[in-house]
Design a binder for this molecule. Sequence first.
Ligand SMILES: [Zn+2]
Length: 379
Amino acid sequence: MENIGIAKPHGGKLVSRITKKDPSELFSISINTDLANDVENIADGIFSPLEGFLIQEDFEKVISRGRLANDLPWTVPIVLDVDKETATKMKDAGDVALNVEGKNFAILHVDDVYNFDKNAVTNGVYGTSDPKHPGVAKTINMKEFLVGGKIDYVKRPDETPIRRYRKTPLETRNFFENAGWKTIVAFQTRNVPHVAHEMLQKASLNTHDGLFVNPLVGKKKSGDYKDEVIVATYESLIEHYYPKNRCYLGTLHTEMRYAGPKEAIHHAIMRKNFGCTHIIIGRDHAGVGTYYDPFAAHKIFDLYPDIGIEPIFFPAFFYCRKCLSFASERNCPHGQEYQESLSGTKLRAMILDKQNPSEYMIRPEVSKVLMKWDNPFVD
Ligand SMILES: [Zn+2]
């Protein structure tokens, strides 16, 4: 069932690649959980219009122009890398089973095998070739061949507490439609909710019908919050501080790429596929270290007037003791001496020290949940 009324999927049609085919007789290759997550995302249409791993023609346009060969916006390459020997075997086999830890879960119909220029990827996607950048480091470690082709998804992984929150675009679209929401704002996060984040989300609820809080779970870098911590703290925040009929929580299972502006576009496209009409793009969205201008992830949207989801740009919020409210540099003239603000680094130190942050920074209900973990961070 295709929903109309809310945002159309990217490319016009929601992809569905779920099948009952049997992969057990096929030549099978093992892939890691991050890639398996992305195969499931393709199958569910989260990556619409992609129906599989990129073929060379699309891959090269994504790297050089941030668009697929048919000109649709697409900025992050979704690819399968293999060594030369495996590439040859896959090409000969034609249809290949994909497995995680020996369990076949999908079929790849091999369409294209090609090698690629890692420097072009690092500069094109991450804007740097510095091996200290996590995305660059990952690219350097990739195998030398890419295999493109459509996938068919056969078997989902076992349920886990986190997977309970995994939503498909069909589920979110049905929910939004049943709720009667016409404008839906997506909020991407990989953090526990600060009160400043809550205020920013609520600012958008003043003028839009619903909020889709969509934490990204999956591989992250050391020092980021563990997935279960992000979900548990949001559950608590939503229970105590959000109107029941205005907010929906669902997880998105894909890895962080730390590609800054290019990833902001990718984040927007995925939320468009979930049925969102708007997405909040914050300061230094999907950035890492000081690789990106804090507002580069805003400016890049100028290049994509055809993206089909509207970005809402917010500056960073802080509490101002003189304004007596949450404010930003756009609407508050008072100096830093009046500001209660909290850097992620400072908060991390407080949590590990078991100190409760102030109520202007983290809600007490959320702090309580946070303090249950001896170490809520990825090692
Ligand atoms: Zn002020």
